[in-house]
Design a protein around this ligand. Sequence first.
Ligand SMILES: [Fe+2]
Ligand SMILES: [Fe+2]
Length: 207
Amino acid sequence: MPYPAFIAGWPMMGRQPSGTDPIRQLIDEHEIFMEALNDLAAAMLLVPEGARELPPGVFATAEAIWRAVNEHLNVHFVKEEEVFFPYIERMIPGARVKFQFLHVDHDRLRENFEEYTEALQNYRAFGGSMGGVRTIRLVAGEMIRWFYYHIIAEDAVYFDIAERTMSPEESREVLGRMRSIEARLREQVAPFVEKREDFRPPTPADL
Ligand SMILES: [Fe+2]
Ligand SMILES: [Fe+2]
């Protein structure tokens, strides 16, 4: 699914570069991440019904997207949870309740990601099977669908905030806090991602 036209055509898109605008930066990250999800959706379409193996290249794409999702959950989500959501909840009366669904979405998406991780690990460990391939397709499809909904909903909230305009001081403060969180998290996520790349669950021969 391409990035929705109504979002792409939103007035704010002719806006400042993301380097100085924290809202723009989060939206840019959504756009990049949507591209990764589109790649995963396209790869899953290459899997024939009833297949026992993933076609060449599809598993590699599925693993590459695993890394993109892992980073999104561990950096982008945390910037939202620790900086952006508290900011809008201070700024808009009733926002904690009004935007509660965004927190609920994050919990659900983390669960979707766990299922996706497990499906890939099982495929690696036990080899291809009709059930294993079907599970990867199902959990990837669910994860993609919920991410699409979440990002579209979140962008609508972000544009709403942008229209109310942050003061330059608030913008600087939010951006500064997001940057320091990002620097801290990237140090934590990078070795984790490397470790996960090397990680191979035991194969049946090892057991
Ligand atoms: Fe989010
Ligand atoms: Fe987001």
